[in-house]
Write a protein that binds this ligand. Structure first.
Ligand code: FNR
Length: 393
């Protein structure tokens, strides 16, 4: 096509001109809008600008050298998709079920604590956003709204994440309350006999402001101490009373005797533990290393997934979390045998960037990317994904 071109401007002798300092102006001093965000990393950039540094670090950080935090992402970078050509992808179906509950895409919201630090509406906004996206949210034991209020706000299905304190009656009461409030399953987190050492929190003296409280509890468990013993964090001190390091596989049978809800074991990496979970009566496992916040140098979740899937042998459902940031990551995890994935930080970044609308945007970004990746991979249905879509190593 002919294009009209302006005649080239005569070259100037730049060296002859006096050197003037160049002032670079920012495009805008205001934080970029949600609409200008192209991907989860853009939401994180807004969250980073908006949040006080210790709060951003609390969300973003991992344990010790953050080897596992990085490795979770790296594991996704290392494997590639092998697409198929000339498949009719005019209609894409991302829908699936988890323990019999329909969700519009295989991306759920992982339990994350203290969401009021990200936005005053905290877990209520996240629950509404998950409902808007027709997916499932897992509410944390250490939420900053109580589980009944989250259930009232939610427009979609919920699971409740359970930490079991040494006083078992606390966990039993939480399980019963969750069942009464309409939660459909309990996620027992098993990678946390003690809190991992999150050094950013130690350096920042991270603690919660007085208006951010753990609303599922009464009394001593409701508030984090304002100060930490030297060399540790207030959260580490708080969590000592919340976590029972003597917990073993018997806990599943005990929990099953206290509730009719199915039990999901969250924090499985070894195939043998998936087998034990199935034999203990769990309905599902989540391959998770807590987003790299517990055992540093723990195997990344995508690398652990095939072993867990093999050990589960179709007896229990297998989900994965840790480092999922793109639609293509979802495809990789599903192709390697996960039934669905969960995302933690991506929703937090959305929540911090724009409350319910931001959390919803994060989920919709992942949906849009997933649909595009399914089209470009030549796989119109989520159930059609298998290991043949994965290339090496
Ligand atoms: C978590 N996670 C977590 N898990 C859990 O069982 N109970 C909890 O209260 C929390 N709290 C929590 C807070 C924050 C700030 C983060 C980042 C994570 C772990 C979470 O459920 C999930 O395993 C990871 O977040 C998944 O990794 P990505 O998606 O954040 O990379």
């Amino acid at each position: 096509m002919p294009t009209s071109r302006k005649p080239a401007a005569p070259k100037r002798d730049v060296k002859a001109r006096p050197a003037k300092p160049v002032t670079l102006r920012r495009a805008s001093a205001a934080a970029p809008s949600l609409d200008s965000c192209a991907c989860i990393a853009d939401l994180e950039a807004i969250a980073k600008r908006k949040l006080p540094r210790p709060h951003y670090d609390y969300y973003a950080g991992g344990a010790e050298d953050e080897l596992t935090l990085d490795a979770n992402r790296e594991a996704f970078r290392k494997i590639f998709i092998r697409p198929r050509a000339l498949v009719d992808v005019s209609r894409i179906d991302t829908g699936t079920t988890v323990l019999g509950t329909s969700i519009s895409m295989p991306v759920m919201v992982a339990p994350t604590a203290y969401q009021k630090l990200a936005h005053p509406d905290g877990e209520l906004a996240t629950a509404r956003a998950a409902g808007q996206s027709r997916t499932l949210m897992v509410a944390s034991t250490i939420a900053t709204h109580d589980l009944e209020s989250i259930a009232k706000a939610a427009g979609g299905p919920l699971w409740f994440q359970l930490y079991v304190p040494p006083e078992r009656n606390i966990a039993r009461d939480l399980a019963r309350r969750a069942e009464a409030a309409g939660y459909r399953a309990l996620c027992l987190t098993v990678d946390t006999p003690q809190l991992g050492r999150r050094e950013r929190d130690v350096r920042n003296g991270f603690t919660l402001p007085p208006d951010v409280r753990m609303m599922n509890f009464e009394g001593a468990h409701r508030d984090m101490p304002r100060r930490a013993p030297p060399g540790t964090s207030a959260m580490a001190a708080y969590s000592m009373a919340l976590l029972d390091p003597s917990l073993t596989w018997d806990a599943i049978a005990w929990l099953k005797s206290e509730t009719k809800l199915p039990i999901i074991v969250k924090g499985i990496i070894a195939g043998d533990d998936a087998r034990l979970a199935a034999e203990s009566g769990a309905a599902a496992v989540i391959v998770s290393n807590h987003g790299g916040r517990q055992l540093d140098a723990c195997e990344p979740t995508l690398a652990a997934l095939p072993h867990v899937v093999e050990a589960a042998a179709g007896r229990i459902e297998v989900y994965l979390d840790g480092g999922v940031r793109r639609g293509t990551d979802v495809i990789k995890a599903i192709a390697l045998g996960a039934r669905a994935v969960l995302v933690g930080r991506p929703v937090i970044w959305g929540l911090a960037a724009g409350g319910q609308a931001g959390a919803h945007r994060a989920l919709e970004m992942l949906r849009e990317e997933l649909i595009l990746a399914m089209k470009l991979s030549g796989c119109p249905r989520i159930q059609g994904l298998g290991p043949e879509f994965i290339a090496g190593p």
